[in-house]
Design a protein around this ligand. Structure first.
Ligand code: HEC
Ligand code: HEC
Ligand code: HEC
Ligand code: HEC
Ligand code: HEC
Length: 166
């Protein structure tokens, strides 16, 4: 193989790997092994039963303890994870979830505008969260200025700098 091409391929690979890390950041470990699939696919919970404002507010929000307490103020099963949760609820001690997705405060992003007005499915931006049996260490679908602008371009939505930056 031509040496310049080989060097080029290596350079592109390094840039690609660096870009994946820059987009997704270091792996996140959650304090509790929450199972989306069990709650959503098996017991039929809606996304908005827990992410209370994903269709009506700016931020979807990660569920506060009170949401879990609706069902888990006493143990329903035998798992250690649930026993830990029940203790937390009794002590009124928040779980301390780490956020996977966030944009800087000077970016304007509204969940309601995209889910309710734009009729975009959660999975289009977040991937198939419903099928996960444990918390993902990184976003399934990374979000960046490019992913915002690509979709706006495809769907003919305002893409001027001040639509999103203020
Ligand atoms: C029973 C409550 C519950 C339901 C129902 C639920 N979630 Fe979650 N969700 C959580 C908890 C707890 C976390 C944090 C732990 C984790 O990442 O698994 C979370 C994390 C997330 C995150 C990552 C948020 C971040 O930035 O850290 C996304 C995205 C998400 N859920 C989307 C969904 C979608 C889409 C649905 C519906 C298909 C859904 N969730 C249903 C409780 C729930
Ligand atoms: C609408 C009711 C409901 C809500 C709200 C709910 N759960 Fe559950 N959860 C269940 C049921 C039902 C089970 C199955 C219990 C069993 O038989 O083990 C379960 C099981 C669990 C388990 C044990 C099974 C496992 O995966 O190890 C954990 C941990 C858990 N839930 C965490 C949470 C957390 C954290 C929240 C709040 C973000 C939450 N749940 C909100 C109904 C609920
Ligand atoms: C158009 C893309 C898009 C769609 C559709 C979308 N989200 Fe999000 N989501 C984001 C972005 C961007 C963030 C980070 C927002 C921030 O930091 O303010 C985020 C953050 C979150 C978070 C972290 C907590 C929070 O409030 O920031 C959760 C949980 C979440 N989304 C759940 C959902 C659920 C559930 C749905 C479907 C009902 C959904 N999202 C639909 C892009 C999207
Ligand atoms: C999957 C497609 C998609 C993605 C990804 C997406 N958007 Fe959008 N966005 C839309 C659509 C569609 C609308 C128009 C909704 C409506 O009003 O009908 C919209 C509207 C907006 C608006 C209002 C625009 C105006 O001037 O009226 C803002 C601001 C916005 N998006 C910011 C963002 C940001 C910031 C991100 C990335 C974090 C993002 N969007 C990612 C599809 C997307
Ligand atoms: C559709 C929404 C959207 C549009 C339109 C947009 N941006 Fe961004 N921009 C973002 C998001 C999201 C980020 C990432 C912020 C983060 O990582 O939290 C970003 C990041 C940036 C950054 C990196 C520094 C920072 O603020 O984090 C610069 C510089 C920037 N944008 C400039 C521009 C310019 C100039 C334009 C117009 C040509 C523009 N943007 C249009 C959404 C947008």
């Amino acid at each position: 193989m031509n040496r310049a091409i080989a060097v080029g391929i290596v350079a592109v690979t390094i840039v690609g790997v660096a870009a994946v890390f820059a987009l997704s950041g270091p792996a996140i470990e959650q304090p509790l092994a929450f199972n989306h699939s069990l709650h959503v696919e098996e017991f039929g919970a809606y996304c908005t039963d827990c992410h209370l404002y994903a269709e009506t507010g700016i931020r979807a929000t990660i569920p506060p303890l009170a949401v879990c307490a609706d069902c888990h103020d006493e143990a329903l099963g035998e798992s250690e994870a649930e026993a830990w949760l029940v203790e937390r609820i009794a002590a009124d001690e928040p779980i301390g979830w780490q956020k996977l997705y966030s944009v800087e405060d000077h970016i304007f992003f509204s969940h309601r505008r995209h889910t309710t007005v734009g009729e975009i499915e959660c999975a289009e931006c977040h991937g198939d969260m419903a099928s996960l049996t444990e918390p993902p260490p990184r976003p399934l679908v990374p979000i960046s200025m490019d992913t915002c602008m690509d979709c706006h371009y495809e769907r003919d939505v305002a893409n001027g700098c001040i639509s999103c930056h203020w």
